[in-house]
Design a binder for this molecule. Sequence first.
Ligand code: SF4
Length: 99
Amino acid sequence: MSYGTEWRKSGACATADPDLFYPIGTGNAAARQIAEACRICAACHVRRECLDYAMENREAHGIWGGTTPEERAHARRKETDAQRYGARTAQRTAPETAA
Ligand code: SF4
């Protein structure tokens, strides 16, 4: 599925400080920015669309849909692992086809 970007106009971040969503560094200041961005995302009506867009486009930076880049990378790894495991399980349980 492909996600357009029309939903962005309705985002709760439309009037927020953009720097909150792209914190620099990893210290306490960045942690406060991330927490504030995620608080804004929690009340956003297009959060699902935002997160789906970020996942589909492999957004490597910034807060999208209330998630950090690390959280999205973790979710992608879990998804990939589940797909691999599912494929292996399906191969093992697939019935033999008659030739
Ligand atoms: S979920 Fe967060 S980053 Fe996405 S549009 Fe809403 S407020 Fe902005």
